[in-house]
Write a protein that binds this ligand. Structure first.
Ligand code: ZN
Length: 335
């Protein structure tokens, strides 16, 4: 029997700029500590070490104009340009081979005026909710062009918040065009939906016209590392308990095992801020532990794939991926 693809989604990552800090008021954790404003290249190196050691694969967002604070090519407010460049070098050399890089649209904050580069009054998901493909195509194109200029090979996008949900047909048509215009690819993926506890959830083909194809890759777990941002606990026991939500130490429980029993592809989800844990890196330790537990208990059933590899599997077997799950409930818990 063929193994089931397993993959880990990392949302909200960007060089140094932390989206909880740029988006939240007051700028505090739930337990009242000041939110970290910047991550560091050392944190990205730690992530790169873990995915190499454990052998994990997935998708890793890079928000090109994170927080409306600048961009990855010209630098961000109050961050040294060299630090941004070093961070991108690590992402290119040590993350991209295992975790497919994609934009999480432009800012993950306010929509961007493409002519001036300035922030518009609306959040970009709110802006997107009333747009059509004519407006969305140049917006997505701009995000892809920035990552292309930074020498990343990109085959899809992540939706910040609910970006495009209300106009999904327009969104996928715009993505098909943008990815072809910038990279020449005829197929692409996007991450928008979260479907938990629903039987037989697999990615599905959301757009197909002529020789173009767009695949929706949904997440089937919540981000159980999120809580590490709001706690100063850092004991081994705490790390183990956080990891238990995904998979218990004996490999018999946790949401990954539950989703496999339901017949779904274990497409796991977390966020960069959940791994950084407001500087404590407890989420990163739990992430590594989850990877080790998966490898110890599930490798006879599952196989790590990046999003690009998953996309290739789907494109080679299109007929198996035409069914959209019946329940399309999306659960959102990003601030
Ligand atoms: Zn996000």
């Amino acid at each position: 029997m063929k193994k089931i693809p397993i993959t880990f989604i990392i949302d909200d990552s960007a060089p140094y700029v932390m989206t909880p800090y740029t988006n939240r008021e007051p700028k505090l954790t739930a337990d009242g500590r000041p939110l970290m404003r910047f991550s560091t290249k050392e944190m990205l190196l730690r992530f790169a070490d873990i995915i190499a050691e454990v052998g994990m694969r997935g998708k890793f967002s890079i928000i090109p104009m994170a927080g409306n604070e600048g961009d990855i090519l010209n630098g961000f407010k109050d961050v040294k340009l060299q630090d941004v460049r070093d961070w991108l070098d690590i992402a290119r050399q040590r993350v991209a081979p295992f975790f497919s890089i994609c934009p999480e649209m432009l800012s993950h904050r306010n929509a961007v005026d493409l002519k001036s580069g300035k922030a518009l009054p609306e959040r970009e998901d709110v802006w997107a909710s009333t747009q059509n493909r004519t407006a969305l195509t140049p917006y997505i194109t701009h995000a892809l062009e920035i990552l292309k200029k930074a020498s990343f090979d990109v085959r899809g996008v992540t939706s910040p918040w609910y970006f495009g949900k209300e106009v999904e047909e327009e969104y996928v048509a715009a993505l098909a065009q943008a990815i072809y215009d910038v990279y020449g690819y005829k197929s692409s993926y996007y991450f928008l939906h979260q479907l938990r506890g629903v039987p037989n959830v697999k990615p599905w083909i959301a757009y197909e016209k002529d020789d173009r194809c767009v695949v929706s890759i949904p997440a089937v777990t919540r981000d159980w590392f999120w809580e590490t941002m709001d706690s100063t606990e850092d004991s081994e026991d705490y790390i183990s308990r956080v990891a238990d939500h995904f998979i218990t130490a004996d490999g018999k429980g946790g949401c990954i095992v539950h989703e496999l029993e339901l017949g779904s592809y274990p497409t796991l989800c977390t966020h960069w801020q959940s791994l950084c844990s407001n500087g404590l890196m407890t989420g990163m330790r739990a992430f590594a532990e989850v990877g080790r537990r998966i490898n110890e208990h599930l490798l006879d059933r599952v196989e790590w794939v990046s999003f690009n590899e998953l996309l290739d599997i789907i494109i080679r077997n299109k007929d198996s991926y035409r069914v959209k799950p019946i329940s399309m409930q999306r659960i959102e818990y990003e601030y």
